[in-house]
Design a binder for this molecule. Sequence first.
Ligand code: ADP
Ligand code: MG
Length: 348
Amino acid sequence: MIEDKNQQRTPISSLGEFGLIEHLTKHIELKNSSTLKGVGDDAAVLYFGDEQTVVSTDLLIENVHFDLAYMPLKHLGYKAVMVNLSDVYAMCATPTQIMVSIALSNRFPLESVEEFYAGVLLACEQHKVDLVGGDTTSSNKGFIISITAIGHAKKENLSYRSGAKSTDLLVVSGDLGGAYLGLQVLEREKQVFLVNPKNQPDLEAYSYLIERQLKPEARKDIPGLLKALDIKPTSMIDISDGLSSEILHLCKQSDVGCVLFESKIPIDPQVLTVCDEFNLNPTTVALSGGEDYELLFTININDHDKIKGNPHLTVIGYMTEDANQAFLQTRADQRIPLTAQGWNAFRE
Ligand code: ADP
Ligand code: MG
């Protein structure tokens, strides 16, 4: 439905590969002094002086990671960049460059690729990141996207998954579960649309959830906020697969355990209402939903006062010395072992 909105359909073959790259990248203005050479040579050239370089990449496959039936291409471009920037912020680093590789089947006209790049470039603009290269090729079927984000940080400012200590507090930014529920709403509307294409859905009641799914924002503000509060997180990870799975990563890599309080998990009122409608448990949705792109981190307990009452941050638990023993402490005061039921690319 989305793709068909394009009135004009210029076949990519009319530009050729080099024409397409030129067309997509000719208006790019480099913003970072660390970018010495962007698009146009055999490789980009970057310079970070005495800072350490952070690199992260993600691969997105049509109908595995996204569905163009409800994902507008501009949003897809924006989100594809955001998920990569989120990984860089999760290191407490500053992203400065991305590389974008795409494979397209001949079902995509130039106008579709332009929309996708409009989203990519908007994300770059908002996060002051330079698009410095990529690769362009054809695919037999569907759309494949690989984005690599590059950033930098002073060595002492980097936050790894492995630094959490027992008695540290577990903290999360924003709220959880919205992106997963947004996906459930969009899937439902897709089924309704397939039965009755004339149906005009009223999605007002789901606006926050759909925005969380279609237009996630990487938490650029959090590393800066922590710095301003004079807090150095002891470990950090971004929430792409669901809270449970990310907590288990922190525990495993830091060799600690964790107690997570169910009653503390931040959940938006719209998530509660729509969980009711879908007959889902909001805690399960937050634990296993994924794609929220919030930051999950640990801080020394002595820093507690510095974040108390901060509207962006919630203390949801604490770390223990029992390596790999992660528990959910329920509202009924029971302790249940946390299991990773997050999104797994190799799940049957
Ligand atoms: P090569 O033959 O060395 O792979 P290309 O012709 O693929 O070179 O790329 C030429 C230039 O265009 C390079 O700087 C490359 O990084 C850039 N580039 C190629 N595809 C893209 C893309 N999809 N987005 C941004 N830059 C691209
Ligand atoms: Mg190439």
